[in-house]
Design a protein. Sequence first.
Length: 299
Amino acid sequence: MADPQSNAPLRASAGAPTSGVIHVRTRLTADFTVISNALAQRRGSAVTVGVAAYILSLPDGASVSIAALCEHFTEGEILISRALRELEQAGYLERRRERLPSGQIRTRTYFYDVPGGGLDPDPDGPDGPPEPPKPRGPQKRAATTVTPVSAPAKEAVATPVQAETETPIPLAEADPQAIALLAALRRVDPRIVLSEREAARLAPAVTRWLAAGLKPTHITDHLTAGLPDRFLTRPAGILAYRLKETPLPLPAPAGSAEPSVRPVVVPMRNCDGCDRGFRAAEPGRCRDCRAGDQLRTAG
C-alpha cells in the first residue's frame, strides 16, 4: 500500500523569519547594478533613491538632465530637481564646470557609488578627468566666439555659456507671475521643461518684459515661436537668449498726456456805431462801420 500523500505546504526551513520579507534571490550574471545599502536604505524621499538607482544603472555618457529624467519617470521636474539637489548635498552627485579650448564652459556630472569616493581614471587620459577651472579673482562672464549661423541654430549652440553664467536668485524672491508664465510654456511645447533654478534665473527678464507693457500671450508667442527641431542644449539657454534684449516700454496713452494750452479767446464787443456785437481785442467800431467811414472819407 502506498504511503499517504499530503497537500499541506512544507514547514519553513529552520532559522527562516516568521514575519516580514523573505528574499528569493537569483544570481545575476548580466544586466544588474550594484547599489550600496547606505543609498538603497536612505531615509527620506523614495523619488531620490529611485533617481539614484536609475542613474547608477545608466552607461557612461547617458544624459541625466532634468528633461531626460522627466521622460523616464512620471514625476514632474520639481520633484526630479529636488531629488538631484538632495543627492548633490549628500555627496553622491557632483557637477563640475570645465572650460573648453573654444572658451565655452560646459558642465559635467559625476555620480559616486559612495559619497566622497575617488574618480576612476579616464580612459582618454592617464591623469583622469580634468579638474574644474580655478577662480581667478572676480567672476566674469566668459567670452565666446560664435560662427554666424541661422537663428534657431545660434540659439541652440551659443547660449549655454550665457545661461550658465547668470547669477540665479531664490525662487521665493522671483515674480510669481513670471514663474507662472515660464511654467506654462510646457503646455505650448512639451520640450520646454525648466527646473526651479532655471525658472528663478529667467524670471527677472520676464518681469522686465511685463513691466514694459507686453502681454503674457505676446511673451509666450515670442519664446515658443520658431524653435529648432532638436535642442542641442537645455531649453533655458534658448529662452535666456530670446529674453536678452529688454523691449522698449509702451508710450503713455494719449489721454494721460498733459492738455495743450488753449488759445486765448478774443472777447465780444458792442460796436460804437451800430451796437452790433463783434470780437475785438479793444473796444471800437465793427468792420462794416469802419468800411463805411472809409467810403465817406474818400467821397
